[in-house]
Design a protein around this ligand. Structure first.
Ligand code: DC
Length: 225
């Protein structure tokens, strides 16, 4: 049973490589950012006050399900499929806000461990991507990667991704938004974005993501012997 942790900031390429790696290996892929987005969406749509107590209550009264069909992850909250709705810039901001609260992190980390172990058993392995996977969620994962890239390239990647979804966004604004989210992700007091001591660091600036995947596959194969 294999658990592969992938961490890194927005636009480092981790979501894309996690998906490609899953396809190559046959493992399942768990995008934990989508789970913070789901709680951000719920806080946003219900107007829940943003404090530990109210957010804890919100989590307790939430049924969050991650469904995997044909290697696509769908997010279902309280029976409603919100997979597409959680990708807007507003929900990105809200996800970052709620991810600073310990009550939300405790709830989601527990769920991530349960789902990760379940999928690892069912699919022979699981690739889990996020910000604190190698440090908090699965600190004993046998293979950990930390992906990064320079800020201009990360801004451009996110901008292209959003435009690809038909959203009218400005490149400068997108890059500024990423800088803000970096500060928030790295600066929060609970489980900040941080490289695990034993993570393999890959700077993806200027690299084709398929080449990054090749390199990661080699590392995974080496470490599974
Ligand atoms: O990867 P993403 O952009 O979908 O993540 C959304 C937000 O969730 C981001 O601001 C960081 C936060 N997050 C986190 O705190 N811990 C994780 N394991 C994954 C995401």
């Amino acid at each position: 049973m294999h658990i592969i942790a992938i961490d890194g900031p927005v636009g480092s390429g981790k979501s894309t490589v996690a998906r490609l790696l899953a396809r190559r290996s046959g493992y399942a892929c768990l995008d934990t950012g989508a789970m913070y987005r789901a709680m951000g969406w719920k806080a946003y749509t219900t107007g829940a006050p943003l404090n530990e107590e109210d957010l804890e209550r919100l989590c307790v009264n939430t049924k969050l399900e991650i469904e995997l069909t044909n290697d696509k992850q769908r997010i279902v909250i309280d029976g409603k499929d919100i997979t597409a709705e959680i990708r807007t810039p507003e929900i990105s901001k809200m996800a970052s806000v709620v991810s600073r609260f310990a009550s939300v992190r405790v709830y989601l980390v527990r769920l991530q461990r349960d789902i990760g172990l379940d999928w690892a058993g069912r699919y022979g392995g699981v690739i889990v991507e996020g910000r604190d996977i190698g440090t908090v969620v699965f600190p004993d994962a046998p293979v950990k990667f930390y992906l990064d890239a320079d800020i201009q390239e990360r801004g451009r990647r996110r901008w292209e991704e959003l435009r690809g979804k038909g959203l009218e966004v400005d490149l400068d604004e997108t890059t500024k938004g990423i800088i803000k989210r970096d500060e928030s992700d790295k600066g929060r007091s609970v489980d900040p974005l941080r490289k695990a001591d034993d993570a393999i660091v890959i700077d993806t600036t200027g690299l084709a993501l398929k080449d990054v995947v090749e390199r990661m596959m080699k590392e995974i194969q080496q470490r599974s012997h």
